[in-house]
Design a protein around this ligand. Structure first.
Ligand code: AMP
Ligand code: MG
Length: 474
């Protein structure tokens, strides 16, 4: 059976972290356990109660070295030196069939990096994080995932008084762009090198160890980031807080806060109510990904020349464009690459924007357009003319219609995590009813299946949810 071991990060110099214990709850309560993930990790034989006792600190694991990590970051474009794990701890790592997996506990109490914070997370925000990890994972996008939520009767103050909760989460790494920035801006190039070596050694499937290892390292981070963001754009996901301290060096979607899945197609969509300038608007994400990579490049300037950095950063755009084009091709049911596809896709997006169509449902129902002249969404004159071009394009494909429909249904989710659904599950959970949360997890875990009983989960937001404001408060 798998077990949690001290993390290799704890062997790095002491400037990298603070070794410490955490603060469990007096009256812990199981909110939800991720049974499929538990199985994947080889934890299935650990009883629910035992796992809860481990995460709440009641049943100790010998020789564990929990630690809060030191990091900095660019927040909304401004460099902030003192960040770090203010409420989360890296508990350790587990050896799974997928390689080494980090176990992190969010909301675990104060650390030296808490600044004015209370070290806690609220139930509302850990539920949002749990849900989105599952939704993004089911869309085959690399992401952190939660293993368990532990609730409590401990009250903490946000905009109002709320109950605190802890989230046990897994990820391939918790090293962020900001860990490198921390040492670079503190004039510790030797530690930038130690950290890069740590990553290269610990994540061998990501980083090659041939000559120019640091260039190769940076190249891989740039590539993973560009691919991750292309996948976000294809499914309409907006992260909301793409600060460099929320960017994983392995390109895993990470640190879910005020995220949102876009409903009506609207490129300027801003999911984070606190993002007044729209820096992290949906349409800006690809550019911000590049901006963040160049911030990382700068932090690596003791290892990589400016010229090489520039060369590597130049690859970002084509990696991003090629990946997004590939994803859109599949969404439209095409297997062949054709030059004018970009125009066809843009034509569809323009219609969605001007007619305020639901991004997810318009793509999902495009299967109707393969054989008929309109779909539930596309019935205007402009849309009919687009469908004609779409059908002409389809006539150049050699696969059969059933094959096209299969391809499209496997790449256009029927169910996405709409904010109102998360909100309903949160409100029920705040009243100790976790059934809506469990159902929603079932729905978003099979986004392409379209089970009849879940049909209503593909509805657009009801009116009450139109003004739902999601801020950074968590
Ligand atoms: P986040 O917005 O969750 O990515 O957090 C940004 C920074 O603020 C990180 O350094 C967090 O550790 C810290 N932080 C957020 N909330 C709290 C809190 N309640 N107590 C202490 N630190 C916090
Ligand atoms: Mg963060």
């Amino acid at each position: 059976m798998a077990s949690i071991k001290p993390h290799a990060y704890a062997e790095l110099p002491e400037e990298f972290y603070n070794l410490q214990n955490w603060q469990g709850f007096d009256n812990p309560l199981l909110v939800i356990e991720n049974a499929p993930l538990k199985q994947e990790l080889g934890f299935e034989k650990i009883e629910q109660q035992e796992l809860l006792d481990i995460f709440n600190g009641l049943s100790s694991i010998e020789n564990l070295k929990p630690l809060s990590m030191a990091y900095a970051g660019h927040q909304f474009g401004q460099y902030v030196e003192q960040l770090g794990d203010g409420r989360g701890l890296l508990l350790g790592e587990i050896e799974s069939s997928e390689g080494l997996i980090d176990i992190h506990l969010k909301g675990a109490g104060k650390t030296p990096y808490s600044r004015f914070g209370d070290g806690r997370a609220v139930l509302r925000s850990v539920i949002r994080e749990y849900l989105c990890g599952e939704a993004i994972n089911a869309l085959s996008i690399p992401t952190s995932r939660a293993l368990m939520i532990i609730g409590s009767d401990e009250m903490v103050i946000r905009e109002k008084s709320e109950t605190a909760a802890m989230l046990a989460r897994t990820a391939k790494t918790h090293v962020r762009f900001g860990n490198f920035e921390y040492f670079h801006y503190n004039n510790k190039p030797e530690y930038v090198k130690v950290l890069a070596d740590f990553c290269i050694n610990n994540y061998p499937s990501y980083f090659s160890r041939t000559k120019n290892i640091y260039e190769e390292f940076f190249k891989s981070v740039v590539e993973q980031t560009a691919c991750m963001i292309a996948q976000w754009q294809a499914c309409g996901f907006s992260h909301g807080v793409m600060n460099t301290d929320n960017m994983s060096i392995l390109g895993e979607t990470f640190d879910y806060g005020p995220y949102g899945f876009m409903e009506d197609y609207f490129p300027s969509y801003i999911c984070n109510h606190s993002d007044h300038q729209g820096r992290y608007a949906f349409k800006n994400q690809p550019y911000i990904g590049l901006w963040n990579c160049s911030a990382l490049g700068h932090a690596l300037s003791s290892l990589i020349s400016e010229e090489s950095q520039g060369e590597i950063l130049k690859t970002y755009e084509s990696i991003f464009q090629n990946k997004l084009a590939e994803l859109y091709r599949k969404k439209l049911g095409f297997t062949k690459l054709r030059n004018d596809d970009a125009l066809l896709i843009q034509g569809l997006l323009d219609i969605m924007e001007s007619e305020k169509l639901d991004y997810t449902n318009t793509f999902r129902n495009l299967t109707q357009a393969v054989t008929e002249v309109k779909t539930n969404e596309l019935d205007s004159d402009v849309a009919m003319s687009w469908i004609k071009s779409f059908q002409e394009r389809h006539s150049k494909e050699s696969i059969s219609i059933p094959e096209k429909l299969l391809l499209m249904n496997a790449n256009n989710p029927k169910y996405i995590l709409r904010n109102y659904m998360a909100q309903e599950a949160i409100e029920a959970a705040e009243n100790s009813d976790f059934s809506a949360l469990e159902t929603l997890i079932e729905v978003i875990s099979s986004p392409y299946d379209g089970l009849k009983k879940f049909e209503h989960f593909s509805n657009r937001s009801p009116d009450w949810a139109k003004d739902l404001e999601i801020s950074c408060s968590s």
